[in-house]
Design a protein around this ligand. Structure first.
Ligand code: C2O
Ligand code: CU
Ligand code: CU
Length: 603
């Protein structure tokens, strides 16, 4: 492997695109096109008034055998400063793995770090033993050899470390790479797919640097934005339809993606593959861990300079990235402000539009692939998960955060899921900040947000979903193909600070014969609450005798308990709302192992 080339933060007029030999990965044809584009970039850089840096495009690796070396390095984010980094086969980030669906692949991950770590294939459907979660550790100077068949649909996935309590450190220091899966369905469409020519992977991250330009982890003062480890990134694009594979690889920050001048673009893919049809939009929210593939039509824009932006001023409070990261007054997120990115609109990167290439895609397809969501009626079970801060008060934005009142414990299994179960996960956020919820093993379909069907951007296959404060998101998924009695899969918040702090749980998928009988049943329909909205008093009644409710708790938007009590044995009871302010609340009803969550509103 060659050492990666440091980019120079000063304005450069030489072209740094690949840090690996070209010939191994590119056809002659592509190479010629790249040379033409690079010539054009050289001639245009002088015109920039703002110092921009040619964005790094990671080298690709393809085939069925891969070697990934986790290593230390240095990278010049800032001219003259060698920042200490971690990378894969180079100083920072890692090669893009190009995989073909149904190929059997073998990967060797060599850990040349002094730290134990893991590598997880985020979004991919692989067995728990190959998944690279926190249990599958790679000790310093040892190797790990996952091997599996690529079962995923064509799309954009990624890989990153997943050691419990160190994920943020290892990712922030630089370990992350793209995985592009190709398949025949995608190949049949007239889409841009020439890597580095009309198809670009772009990982958007914010980091914090100290005075010596070393990366600070963890931090809520992430003032430095970069794309593919390039600050003030610039990319020359041809005047044709271009595909951008966007990944929010930030530890915490949400982006509200748009183009300068409000030009619209077309989302064609979500986390787990292509949508059924291009979705014309001018804003796209991207939460940590999430991917989106978009097409931008630069055909009539030759000679122009266009910016990819985040319109974070449009974020309502309660999202990391908004002016106010929490909902509710008096909440403090340490070190969050001042930060010019919070609640303002800013550039992510610059595009300069050059002449079209030789075989340009010039049209946006009308349709893409068949996306067949799982029907709600096929669900075997609903699991309820509640996200809460561990402690209340003005500091409650800083975590830790709990899932179902517990913090992650490597030795505690949170769910046992029968192989081939179709399940609804209903996740309710009782905390004052939005959390990107991610689950391993599966892609899911969002059923609803607070009862409302998902917008087009969220109708495809997903593995991350942002759950806003006071919101309940339900998704449906099927746990197929892989059962394993010893290795669990994870679900967690993809704000890496929260994840490291224990906002994570684990489940095993087991073959039907080994499932214990302890499964949850949500008989939500068996409980009625009225009136709702209510003014003074609310009544809860059980339509089914077998549900014996034991206690209730009413939580406000800050996750604070405002009312609680126990039930008598009657099947109907009521409580007073007079003393609490008018607002929406979550009512959590408990009966032994079962738990029901209902939203109630006092007016
Ligand atoms: Cu992107 Cu469990 O991770
Ligand atoms: Cu994952
Ligand atoms: Cu979180």
């Amino acid at each position: 492997m060659e050492k990666s080339t440091n980019i120079n933060n000063e304005q450069t007029n030489f072209f740094v695109l690949y840090y690996e030999p070209f010939g191994k990965f590119l056809t002659r044809d592509n190479l010629v096109r790249i040379q033409i584009i690079s010539f054009l970039i050289c001639s245009i850089t002088f015109a920039n008034t703002h110092a921009q840096n040619q964005v790094i495009i990671p080298v690709t690796l393809s085939g069925t055998e891969f070697e990934l070396n986790l290593q230390y390095g240095t990278h010049q984010f800032y001219s003259g400063f060698d920042t200490e980094t971690m990378g894969v086969n180079g100083d920072i980030l890692g090669p893009t793995l190009i995989l073909n669906r149904s190929d059997f692949i073998e990967i060797t991950v060599n850990n040349y770090l002094a730290d134990t770590t893991t590598i997880h294939w985020h979004g991919m459907h692989v067995s728990a033993a190959n998944d690279g979660g926190p249990h599958t550790t790679i000790a310093p100077f040892s190797s790990w050899n996952p091997r599996f068949t690529v079962l995923d649909k064509a799309g954009t996935y990624w890989y990153h470390p997943h050691l419990h309590e160190k994920t943020n450190l290892h990712v922030s220091k630089g370990i992350a790479g793209f995985i592009i899966v190709r398949d025949s369905e995608e190949a049949a469409l007239n889409l841009p797919r020439t890597y580095g020519v009309d198809d670009f992977p772009l990982v958007i991250q914010t980091k914090t640097f100290d005075a010596n330009k070393e990366i600070v982890v963890p931090s809520n003062a992430d003032t430095v934005l970069m794309v593919n480890a390039t600050i003030d990134a610039a990319l020359q694009v041809p005047a044709q339809v271009v595909r951008l594979r966007l990944l929010n690889g930030s530890s915490q920050r949400n982006f509200n993606i748009g183009l300068s001048g409000n030009q619209s673009f077309y989302q064609i893919g979500s986390d787990g593959g292509l949508l059924s049809a291009p979705n014309a939009i001018n804003r796209l929210k991207l939460t940590p861990g999430e991917r989106a593939e978009i097409l931008v039509d630069f055909s009539s824009r030759q000679g122009e300079t266009i910016y990819l932006m985040s319109y974070a001023s449009a974020f309502s409070s309660g999202i990391y990235g908004a002016a106010s990261p929490g909902i509710g007054p008096g909440l403090v997120l340490n070190g969050y402000n001042p930060n010019p990115m919070n609640g303002t609109d800013f550039n992510i990167m610059q595009f300069t539009v050059a002449s079209p290439g030789s075989h340009p895609v010039t049209e946006i397809p009308l349709t893409l692939v068949d996306v067949s969501p799982i029907s709600e009626s096929s669900s075997h079970i609903t699991r309820n998960l509640i996200l809460t801060p561990a402690s209340m008060g003005p500091n409650s934005l800083n975590g830790k955060f709990l899932i179902n009142n517990v913090s992650f414990d490597m030795d505690v299994l949170n769910y046992t899921i029968p192989l081939n179960n179709t399940e609804i996960w209903s996740i309710t956020n009782h905390s004052p900040i939005a959390h990107p919820f991610h689950i391993h093993d599966v892609q899911f379909f969002i059923l609803d947000r607070n009862g409302l069907p998902p917008i087009a951007a969220e109708q495809g296959r997903k593995d991350v979903v942002l759950i806003h404060a006071m919101e309940t998101v339900r998704f449906i998924t099927k746990f197929s193909d892989f059962a394993n009695d010893s290795v669990p899969y994870m679900y967690h918040c993809h704000m890496l600070t929260h994840e490291d702090d224990g906002m994570m749980g684990q489940f095993k998928v087991v073959s039907a014969t080994s499932v214990d009988s302890e499964v949850e049943h949500d008989d939500g329909e068996a409980i009625s609450i009225y009136p709702n909205p209510a003014t003074t008093r609310v009544t809860i009644s059980m339509r089914q005798k077998r549900i014996q409710l034991k206690s209730y708790k009413l939580y406000n938007a800050l996750g604070q308990t405002v009312l609680e009590g126990n039930f008598s044995s009657s099947s109907e009871f009521s409580f007073d709302l007079k003393k609490i302010p008018s607002a929406s609340y979550f009512l959590v009803l408990k009966s032994g192992k079962q738990q029901f969550i209902k939203k109630i509103t006092k007016i």
